[in-house]
Design a protein around this ligand. Structure first.
Ligand code: ARG
Length: 628
């Protein structure tokens, strides 16, 4: 690097510098080195002042001058001074022009390309994904997601948890964490007593064999409507302040409670039936999750929490004086423990029954013993925000602040109008089937292209899934969004099908040029990309090619940012920027139709790099890129 300032070796050792996984960090180190030379500021301060620019026209990097903390001078003057004294003809950077208090930094296109090409082709599917830490000091994260309730509808909240949770699990894994994926089924409670009663009345072995999940839903819905009048009567009595005991000791109430009591007492016959329903459900779910490339490491669930752990939690609640008794049930009045906003919660029912909250607290302790996790993430709707704050507060109150520090609730908003738009969808497979059908219809509208797709059903399924997932991950997690089947299955706009189309188009460029990925790879690695860079020199006169590389260089920064905010939209927004950049390049940077074979190969390299980045991002999001 003739003429470049030596990067201060101390700076390379800063924990935030990832030279081997984030190419832009090499530039950051060099810019920071220049800043240290010009201002004498602290290396760490200089390094952290070098920010990513928000858009390409604003630079590749930018230095908000106040971040350099130089005393006694106006930031815009310091900025102008830095620009004036910035090295001329630097091999890595274009000489910057100040814009107010920001010093924008533009990378030298030619050196960027020569640097990035081998960087990218050496890493391929690892590019942007940081496993540099190695096996020894792998951190472990538990990601709990999806978590539907057995014999109940798989609703939009479960769908979002599944999509976002799988993304978070992929993201941690790609960043070198050891990931344990947990599905915490809603598989315990009085409703199983009711389901069992329903099974005695309405159950059919044939139907259970044919469509187990739907049949269980059906049985539950029927018995539940039988039960409704009794429930209403009990509620009315309670509202009037009357005793509900008479109502609840008769009819379905009594049958339900008796069956659940048997389950809680460990009655073998009762448990066998419950286990059968649970096993069948897990079996069906596993198959449907596979369509989404998801496999859980553990099907946990409310039923799996051990009685002795619950007892241990209860003992802690007693010892630490956290709960108070009310009519036999145990309450926590969070206001008395400094958290008024958390209200009052029941932790134990009147007859000593466990609650959702108590089971969850016990589950954290069990997972800690079983997995020794560094971090645990719950991917659950924002409707349970208060609930998770309560769990975490209880952990603190029982003296486990250390655990409370390691757990995080990753929340998300609502999907509006899914069932009204898709018709009667009660199962995850219904949602996926219906979108696949809608996708198939959209595909059939273009008969010529449709005829070229080798496996239209399979492609419709994959692209339909991409449609649902991309729609879900487009906005910030916390936002609500309307389920819009027409929009999400369209090939136009920032949709899943559009992303798939872009990937397929990149694949077809290589096919048409008759070049394989392997060939391109050896072509780059043979001379470190020197020939390709030289051949591309004329293309660097317009921004199309250069901007593609500038964007590709950012990808590892983008995944790093996503690991902090756990927002799928961070990745998705980036991928759409990349695909927009690509679509404006096709006409200018033609591969078939290039002036020479050499130029054709060099340009194919550009598209293949972009394809790899697109694929990496898509896989992180849980999408399966299609080739045609
Ligand atoms: N099964 C619950 C529901 O459907 C979600 C479980 C969330 N996880 C937890 N640890 N509480 O609402």
């Amino acid at each position: 690097m003739n003429g470049a300032e030596p990067a201060p070796p101390d700076m390379c050792r800063l924990p935030e510098v990832h030279l081997l996984s984030r190419p832009v960090d090499m530039y950051r180190v060099y810019v920071a080195g220049i800043l240290v030379q010009l201002t004498g500021c602290d290396p760490a301060v200089a390094y952290n002042a070098v920010q990513a620019a928000t858009t390409l026209p604003k630079g590749d990097l930018t230095i908000p001058v106040p971040r350099l903390r130089i005393k006694g001078k106006k930031p815009d003057e310091v900025c102008a001074d830095l620009a004036a004294r910035f090295p001329e003809a630097h091999p890595l950077f274009v000489k910057p022009a100040p814009t107010g208090i920001h010093l924008p930094i533009y990378l030298q296109p030619r050196s960027l390309i020569q640097y990035l090409l081998p960087y990218l082709f050496e890493r391929n599917e690892q590019y942007g994904h940081d496993r540099a830490d190695g096996e020894d000091n792998k951190k472990r994260v538990l990601v709990e997601f999806s978590s539907p309730n057995i014999a109940k509808e798989f609703h939009a909240g479960h769908l979002r948890s599944t999509i976002i949770g799988a993304f978070i699990a992929n993201l941690y894994a790609s960043m070198g964490w050891d990931v344990v994926k947990i599905n915490y089924l809603g598989d315990w409670g009085k409703q199983f007593g009711l389901l069992a009663v329903g099974w005695q009345r309405y159950g059919s072995e044939d139907e259970l064999a044919r469509e187990p999940l739907r049949h269980l839903l059906d049985v539950y819905a029927r018995i539940n409507s039988d039960f409704k009048p009794e429930q209403d009567a009990s509620k009315a009595a309670r509202d009037k302040g009357e005793d509900t005991a008479a109502i609840e000791s008769n009819g379905l109430f009594a049958e339900r409670n008796a069956f659940f009591r048997r389950m809680e007492d460990g009655d073998e016959e009762a448990l066998a039936l419950w286990k059968r329903f649970r096993d069948i459900s897990i079996d069906r779910y596993t198959a449907t999750y596979a369509r989404l490339n998801i496999a859980f490491d553990e099907y946990a669930g409310e039923s799996q929490v051990k009685a002795e752990t619950v007892k241990a939690v209860e003992k802690l609640l007693v010892d630490k004086g956290v709960y108070e008794e009310d009519n036999g049930s145990w309450l926590i009045d969070f206001g008395k423990h400094g958290s008024k906003a958390l209200g009052v919660a029941v932790v134990r029912g009147r007859t000593g029954t466990t609650t959702y909250l108590l089971r969850d607290v016990a589950a954290v302790l069990e997972r800690e013993t079983k997995y020794h996790f560094d971090k645990m993430v719950y991917v659950v709707s924002s409707e349970q925000d208060l609930y998770f704050q309560r769990i975490f507060k209880v952990l603190q109150l029982i003296g486990r602040d250390d655990l409370a520090q390691r757990v995080q609730h990753v929340n998300f908003g609502k999907v509006m109008g899914m069932s009204s738009r898709l018709g009667n969808v009660k199962l995850l497979s219904d949602i996926l089937d219906q979108t696949a059908n809608a996708m198939h219809d959209v595909m059939r509208r273009n008969q010529t292209k449709y005829a070229q797709v080798p496996d239209p059903e399979g492609v419709a399924d994959t692209v339909g899934i991409a449609a649902v997932m991309v729609q879900d991950m487009t906005g910030k997690r916390i936002n609500n969004y309307p389920f819009d089947i027409t929009r999400m299955t369209s090939f136009e706009g920032d949709t899943g099908p559009y992303l798939q189309y872009c990937h397929a188009r990149l694949c077809s460029i290589l096919r048409k040029a008759g070049l394989s990925r392997g060939e391109l790879r050896s072509y780059i690695l043979e001379d470190g990309g020197a020939t390709a860079t030289a051949t591309l020199a004329p293309d660097l006169k317009t921004s199309h090619c250069v901007d593609l590389f500038r964007l590709m260089a950012q990808y590892p920064d983008v995944t790093g940012m996503a690991l902090k905010n756990l927002e799928p939209s961070t990745i998705l927004t980036y991928l759409f920027r990349l695909t927009h950049q690509l679509s404006s390049a096709y006409d200018v940077l033609q591969v078939v139709g290039a002036a020479s074979h050499e130029i054709m190969v060099a340009r194919a390299v550009v598209y293949e790099s972009a394809r790899q980045v697109l694929e990496n991002g898509m896989r992180l999001l849980g999408l399966t890129p299609v080739e045609r």
